[in-house]
Ligand binder design. Sequence first.
Ligand code: UT7
Length: 335
Amino acid sequence: MKSSIMQGARIISIGSAVPDLCINNTEISQIVETSDEWIVNRTGIKERRILNGINQSVVDLAYSASMEALNKAKMHPLEIDLIILATSSPNDLFGSASQIQAKIGAYKAVAFDITAACSGFVLAIVTASQFIQNGSYKNILIIGADVLSKWIDWSDRKTCILFGDGAGAAIMQACHKKDNAILGFQLNTDGTKSNQLSITYKENTDSHNTLKLFQGKFQYLSMNGQEVYKFAVSKVPASIKKCLNAIQLSAKDVNWLLLHQANQRILNAVAQRLSIDNCKIISNLSKYGNTSAASIPLALDEALKSNKIIKEDIIVISGFGAGLTWGTVVIKWKC
Ligand code: UT7
């Protein structure tokens, strides 16, 4: 990290939340032509959690995850300076971070959303670390939360088997420069391929008013799975290599590889291309599927709760997905 930083940044606590409703592959095979065998072999997913119940939203999951992170840090919500919510499934297109600010009572915090799909949590870590390292803020709540079950065509077997709902939150805090834990990052976007994975807005072709004004609706999530797969297994290792090189580390220094939980085959292929042993891969997608922006903090929280990660471990975190966006942040665990 450049020596120009005013103060260090580190993650001091993590929380997560998933809905109670659990749907396994056999249950999904009752609504589309698929099987537990196909889904497990091609993705590693066995079950996923889905939000059900009227008036439940991404904000409820984000609230639970945030309260857990705040409680673990023994921090009062009024101590939070900034809230960043990474989500692509808000319940208000103007942003949902402000609703979380009100719900947790963090009335002194500025709050805004980041829309960067499955790379959202990586971008939230990097954005928060910039605000901390340049001396602007001390305590930042970052959240990755998505409820893509609301945006999926449940008759499309190519996508409906993949996604689940969830939220993860982290408190990032300023610290002495020498304790800085956000060692480096590397971010990318390729908008020319945005149509490979999207939830597009489509206008109605006819307008019934004299001013000829058109309006439309958002469509269901659509994905070219094979293209996104190829993109992930080629671009993600390159991003990780660049990021490690820039901070004079190598793949040998990595204790944990924490990738966006999209597909176990992608996790294994990325590790193989980096010559990182499979036992260093953090994976929990068999239980939750692809939870988009929530997948990284959800897996990080679980790895911490099971005491896998210990102080001073180097964790390589990479997100990838719609945009197309992808990126890496390398952290040293300090708690
Ligand atoms: O979070 C953002 C990032 N997203 C990703 O990283 C997703 C990346 N893509 C993938 O993970 C994989 O491409 C998928 C899991 C989505 C699909 O796996 P695949 O091995 O690429 O399958 P495919 O699309 O090539 O389909 C193979 C066959 C096809 O049949 P034919 O044409 O060979 O007869 C599909 O119609 O499998 C069929 N198929 C299914 N069969 C049973 C597709 N979906 C299913 C299904 N159940 N759910």
